[in-house]
Design a protein around this ligand. Structure first.
Ligand SMILES: C[S@@+](CC[C@H](N)C(=O)[O-])C[C@H]1O[C@@H](n2cnc3c(N)ncnc32)[C@H](O)[C@@H]1O
Length: 289
């Protein structure tokens, strides 16, 4: 029996054991929430067979439901005890939101794409979560009406830490961000930024891990963790939902990579198209009390 045809409860248990516990996540409340929440309810019908696989999945509009391990790692870094007010930027499918609803007192979540926000709102209500408020808007502005927050989690691309989010974080509060990053190599750095600008015109710049630490410290945040992780991904993660002329630009850049760039990014042509390494990072920080 292949992994995708096992009963859904067993797939979920395997996900928690193999992808999350074995990689070092220890917070018992986080593990329990991930065991309980039906991730397959947060993805499209055609993706349900892969809902418990070790990867992000498309949720339409060029967006993804985050990889299970990243959801667990980010949540663990928030150190939630159950009495917190949490702000989430980037609701997406609402899966991370559901985990937060299980682990915190009240969750406020901001999503810029109305359709995703509406679907998540309906889904979370149907699942019985009453401690969530959702807003359509630009998350870089936070949600001042309910500030200050004990914890802020940013799963949307964040060009540095927006000042509004810092202002809305309580002293002693925690901030966790997942974002794309760039390898420590000026030529790759420039290439990744050009690719990302074609993928998303609102993109400002991808920062290296060292730049992230320097930035956090310059605004008075104490950095607890900075972890770079690499995912070998299909080019469609950049082209999905993108205008045709920008897709053509992305292809031109990929096909013009130098042998050094191609080798550093593990660029490969498979039957289903181009694959290469994308660099991401997790930043966990707190505002000193
Ligand atoms: C990687 S997805 C994460 C989704 C969510 N964590 C999940 O697992 O389903 C990032 C989400 O952030 C949203 N987003 C990106 N920039 C945003 C912004 N400035 N304000 C609010 N949402 C934003 C995207 O539309 C997308 O839904």
């Amino acid at each position: 029996m292949s992994a995708e045809t096992l009963p859904i409860e067993i797939q979920r248990e395997n996900m928690v054991r193999e992808q999350i516990e074995k990689r070092g996540i220890k917070d018992a409340r986080v593990l329990e929430a991930m065991r309980r929440i039906p991730r397959h309810e947060f993805v499209a019908d055609e993706a349900k067979n892969w809902a418990y696989s070790d990867s992000p999945l498309s949720i339409g509009d060029g967006q993804t439901i985050s990889q299970p391990f990243i959801v667990a790692a980010m949540t663990e870094l928030l150190h939630l005890q159950g009495n917190e007010h949490v702000l989430e930027i980037g609701t997406g499918s609402g899966y991370q939101t559901a985990i937060l609803c299980e682990l915190a007192l009240q969750v406020y979540s901001v999503e810029r794409i109305p359709k995703l926000a509406r679907n998540s709102e309906i889904r979370l209500a149907e699942m019985g979560y009453a401690n969530i408020q959702l807003m359509v808007g630009d998350g870089t502005l936070g949600w001042p009406d309910h500030a200050p927050y004990d914890a802020i989690i940013v799963t949307a691309a964040a060009p540095q830490v927006p000042q509004a989010l810092l202002d809305q974080l309580k002293p002693g509060g925690r901030l966790v961000i997942d974002d794309r990053t760039v390898p420590d190599d000026p030529a790759l750095d420039a290439l990744m930024n050009r690719l990302d600008l074609l993928h998303d015109h609102s993109h400002v710049r991808e920062y290296s891990a060292a730049e992230w630490v320097a930035f956090c410290e310059s605004v008075g945040l104490a950095v607890d963790v900075v972890e770079v992780y690499i995912r070998h991904r299909h080019l469609s993660s950049l082209t999905e939902g993108v205008a045709q002329e920008d897709v053509a630009g992305i292809y031109r850049l990929v096909e013009a990579m130098t042998p050094e760039q191609a080798s550093a990014l593990h660029l490969e042509r498979r039957d289903d198209g181009w694959w290469f390494d994308h660099h991401y990072l997790l930043v966990g920080a707190h505002r000193p009390a």
